[in-house]
Each structure stands twice: as C-alpha cells, then as structure tokens.
Design a protein around this ligand. Structure first.
Ligand code: NAD
Ligand code: TYD
Length: 358
C-alpha cells in the first residue's frame, strides 16, 4: 500500500459511493480522496457531513461526461487510482429515460477512461504504471437473468436485458477494451443487490420502509416471485477496498452473499420488523402490501458465485442479514430529516407519476 496515493472516486455522494468515500478518508489518512459527483436526485452531500472537513478529502461538483473538467482534474491531481461508481442506477428510471443511462453510464465512463489513458501514459514512467488503477464498479445485472438454479460466475456470458443493465454491460466492455487495446490497468467488480442506509428510497427496501412508516401501500411487482441476492453495503465497500489494493489488473471479481430472497418473502420479513419497531399490531404492515403491474422485462433471479473473491482475496460477507436489516430500519426511522429532504421535489413528482397511480 502506498500511503500517498491520490484517488478519484466518482459518484461519492450516492449510496455506495458515500460509504466508500467515508471508509477511504478514515482508513487511509495518507491518501488524498477527490469525490466527483454531479449531485443528481440520488447524490446527497448530507451523506458525507461527518467527513466533509477532513484534510484528505475534497468534493468537486461536476459531470463525468464533462471531458474538459475531467481532464483538468487529472492534470491538477495526478491521480494514482480511480474508483468509478457514478451512474444512473435505477432500473425503473432506465425504462422511462434510457438516454440518461446511455449518457452517464457509457459516455461518462469513456470520458474517464480517456483521461486516465492520456494522463497515465503521458506522465508516468513504465515502472510506476503498477501504482495506477482504474476500478470500475459494476453490477451482476449485466449477466441477465437466471432460472431457478445456477449462479453467475465471472465467466458467465453477458446478457443484459434492461436499459440500465445494458448500459452497465456496455461500460464494462469498454473498460475491458481499454485494458486490451491500450494496456490501461483496470479492474471490474460485479456485485449483487446492496442494502443499507443512505440508499435512495426508490429502491425496494428503503421504499418499503418509508411507505410502511407513512401507512402507504408497498408496491410489489407481479407476484413478488423475483429473487435477489442481498448484500450489506459495508460488505460491498470492504470488498472494493480489498480488490482495489490486492486485485489483479485485467481481472473481474463477482461480489455476492449467498443470501437469496424472493421479493415477497423479504417484504414479509420487513413488515414483521416494522410492526415491532413502530409498536403496531402484528400483521398490520403486511396489510399495506399492494401487488402491482410487473416491471417490463423483469429479471427473474440473480445469484452470485463469489468463490473467486473468497479464494483469491479471502473476502466473505460479514454482516448477518437480519441484523443488517434491523440496523437499516433503525437508521431510516431515526433519520426523518434525511428522508424528508430526499423525498421532496423532483422525486415526489417522479414517484407520483410512475407508481402511485398504479
Ligand atoms: P446511486 O444512484 O445511489 O448513486 C449514484 C451517484 O452518481 C449519485 O451520487 C449521483 O449524483 C452520481 N452521478 C450520477 N450521474 C452522474 C454524472 N453524470 N456525473 C457525476 N456523478 C453522477 O447509486 P449506487 O446504488 O450507490 O450505485 C453506485 C454504483 O454501484 C453504480 O455504478 C451501480 O451501477 C453500482 N452497483 C449498485 C448496486 C446496488 O445495489 N445499488 C449493486 C451493484 C452495483
Ligand atoms: P430494486 O431495488 O429496484 O433493484 P434491482 O431492480 O436493481 O434488482 O428492486 C429489487 C427487486 O424488487 C426487483 O425484483 C424489483 C422489485 N421491486 C418491487 O417489487 N417493487 C418496487 O417498488 C421496487 C422499487 C422494486
């Protein structure tokens, strides 16, 4: 580990990004962390309030598609590493506005790759190349959907089926192309569904927590039969930390947790926790469950084989699911101001248009 690394983290004001920025700023006081974020509806500097004054941290508001800004940042900071998380991340939004996903997830990624390629090849001697790394944070959704059996491995062929997963798959391919064509040192990880605090309440779990709290219907798509493999966000950021420092350039690592849940089962589990925490009669939250029209092209099942990460880098998930979920519920119930802030304005308008009328 080099104590003086300068790292660009993109999307650091979002859900996973803010956990990662906090971890790097606190764990590596010798590093300099620059957080580049456009602050879309999903980006929130309140997520980083506790570390914003740290000397080894700075924030830049800007778009990863802004090539002049991105080149200027590389020129000024001489980054050793990039951890790229900035993205449009919500499948339902990608169905409504695919172009936003093409622009940020594909064009934005290429803009960053171009800057890294230009500055790293122009400014550094070959022996220092090994200090440089472009880490692209991606999703298991690039692999498409599974039937009732099987797991995604790093060798599974890409078969993305939503505009979101297609845009992420496309960016993964471009990142690999820069490794093969230009020898840019890159790493990709593909992770399963994350949960935890600071997640925007359009994703299933925080949406359900917020709606149950407010006695609003909890929309479950179709029959709630779809399956996701849930991982606590802090286990994801621990894996990113490990892969960033010990992973092999050119390689891909799957991150998951062997924690598969049918949507309807996880919602029932959550309803039980909410009844208890809110002091409501058992069964009252479950009455809010509202089966709505299915998401178009809804992938049936995601499940990750993370044995490569386990074997090569000795990573395994550490947060027990029920404990992690309880902690997440507590956080949302104790942070009403955060929820009120992020559910005002643009989100409410979008939410009303997309979901409430269903
Ligand atoms: P998020 O939507 O919470 O945050 C995305 C962040 O990116 C926000 O802060 C937003 O302001 C910023 N951003 C968006 N467009 C930008 C642009 N053009 N320029 C600069 N910043 C921009 O997303 P998340 O859930 O934290 O996901 C982070 C990354 O991890 C994404 O790349 C996503 O594909 C990947 N991922 C997420 C999950 C998950 O379950 N949430 C799982 C696997 C992989
Ligand atoms: P989501 O949190 O959007 O993550 P992803 O689509 O990336 O997996 O959704 C998780 C699962 O929950 C997915 O199968 C879709 C489903 N879902 C609902 O049933 N209702 C909802 O309101 C939302 C947002 C998702």
């Amino acid at each position: 580990m080099n104590p003086k690394r300068k790292i660009l983290i993109t999307g650091g004001a979002g859900f996973i990004g803010s956990h990662l920025v906090r971890m790097f700023v606190k764990k590596y006081p010798g590093y300099r962390v620059v957080n580049l974020d456009k602050l879309t509806y999903a980006g929130n500097l309140a997520n980083l309030k506790d570390i914003e004054a740290e000397e080894n941290y700075s924030f830049v508001k800007g778009d990863i598609c802004d090539s002049i800004l991105v080149h200027k940042l590389f020129e000024e900071n001489n980054f050793d590493g990039v951890i790229h998380l900035a993205a449009e991340s919500h499948v339902d939004r990608s169905i409504v506005s695919p172009m936003d996903f093409v622009l940020t997830n594909i064009t934005g990624t290429v803009t960053l790759l171009n800057a890294a390629k230009q500055y790293w090849s122009a400014t550094i001697a070959p022996e220092r190349q090994k200090r440089k790394l472009f880490y692209h944070v991606s999703t298991d959704e690039v692999y498409g959907t599974l039937g009732k059996k099987g797991f995604f491995t790093e060798k599974t062929a890409y078969d993305p089926r939503s505009p979101y997963s297609s845009s992420k798959a496309s960016s993964d391919h471009l990142v690999r192309a820069y490794f093969h064509t230009y020898k840019l040192p890159v790493i990709i990880s593909n992770c399963s569904n994350n949960y935890g605090h600071y997640q925007f309440p359009e994703k299933l779990l925080p949406l359900a927590i917020n709606n149950i709290k407010n006695n609003k219907p909890v929309p479950v798509y179709g029959k709630g039969e779809n399956i996701r493999d849930w991982l606590h966000v802090e286990d994801h950021t621990r894996a990113i930390d490990l892969i960033f420092h010990k992973g092999v350039p050119g390689e891909t690592y799957n991150i998951g947790s062997n924690n598969e849940w049918k949507n309807i089962d996880i919602i029932f589990l959550l309803c039980g926790i909410m009844d208890r925490k809110l002091g409501r009669k058992a069964g009252s939250s479950a009455k809010l469950i509202n089966f709505v029209k299915d998401r178009p092209g809804h992938d049936l099942r995601y499940a990750i084989d993370f044995s490569k990460l386990k074997k090569n880098l000795k990573w395994k998930p550490s947060v027990p699911f029920r404990k992690g979920l309880e902690k997440t519920v507590d956080w949302y119930l104790n942070n009403e101001a955060w929820l009120a802030q992020v559910t005002s304005g643009e989100y409410v308008k979008y939410y009303d248009e997309q979901y409430v009328k269903r």
